[in-house]
Design a protein around this ligand. Structure first.
Ligand SMILES: [Zn+2]
Length: 258
């Protein structure tokens, strides 16, 4: 035990799966070590003292022992339980959504402290508020920025001109806005109404305290929500396709070699 290598970290539990007879394998997000998979031994036993400290979406301070296959949770202490997120069904579904996005947009062992901070802040906002709209959209937009997909919302991605206060366009492949001249000519560019552009820009550049006070019409809310959702979906599908393509190359490469 004396040369066992230990580390301490804050974690948010993104996912968990039963493992073996009484264990669970947790997917957690941490500030300094990024996403990790950790083994929680014995937590499905009714006598486990750790069990209550390793629930989904909790902020937990963990002491972890490095293992050969999985690192193993040695101690776990709740820092913030966000109890509402597990007791209110709608809040639970939103917390799952955040956890899923973090899981899909990050790789293991790739530290991203600002993204960890964004996640904990958003979990707190969701747990305290009954209107999740602003917190969720703010999260989506800043997740994109912090993972290298920040949409360009100030200049046309084709000509580089500053966008005029008119209906512009947005293109998923280009990752940003297009002026009317280039948007109309670009197949599959989506119209970007001015109120939607303004809300997105405000959320991208202003601090949360100001964003939290935004008043937005139902129609604009709907458009902002679907644009962000469709952009996130596009990025994930493109990534899945590239992963599938790599696998295919590997399979074919193997075939050629043998
Ligand atoms: Zn242009």
């Amino acid at each position: 035990m004396s040369n066992e290598r230990l580390y301490r970290t804050d974690t948010i539990i993104l996912r968990r799966a039963d493992f073996g007879e009484a264990d669970r394998l947790l997917t957690v997000f941490t500030p300094e070590r990024g996403k990790l998979r950790l083994l929680a031994k014995g937590v499905r036993k009714t006598t486990s003292r750790k069990a209550g400290h390793v629930e989904l979406f909790m902020l937990t301070d963990m002491l972890v022992a490095q293992g050969r296959t999985w690192d193993i949770i040695s101690q776990a202490e709740i820092v913030e339980a966000y109890r509402d997120l597990r007791e209110d069904l709608e809040k639970t579904s939103h917390a799952y959504y955040l956890a899923e996005l973090i899981d899909r947009f990050t790789e293991e062992h790739d530290p991203n402290a600002p993204l960890f901070q964004l996640l904990t802040l958003t979990l707190a906002h969701l747990s305290h508020s009954d209107d999740p709209f602003l917190a969720l959209r703010y999260f989506e937009l800043h997740l994109l920025s912090l993972t290298g997909f920040q949409p360009q919302l100030h200049f046309c991605v084709t000509c580089g001109e500053a966008l005029e206060p008119v209906t512009n366009f947005f293109h998923f492949v280009d990752g940003g806005a297009l002026c009317p001249r280039h948007g109309e000519a670009r197949p599959n560019a989506e119209p970007l109404p001015l109120p939607v552009l303004k809300v997105l820009r405000y959320m991208q550049t202003e601090p949360w305290e100001k964003v939290a006070k935004l008043q937005i019409s139902p129609a604009t809310r709907q458009q902002v929500e679907s644009l962000l959702f469709n952009y996130l979906t596009f990025l994930l599908e493109r990534r899945l396709k590239s992963v599938e393509f790599l696998r295919q190359l590997k399979r074919e490469g193997v075939k050629r070699d043998t």
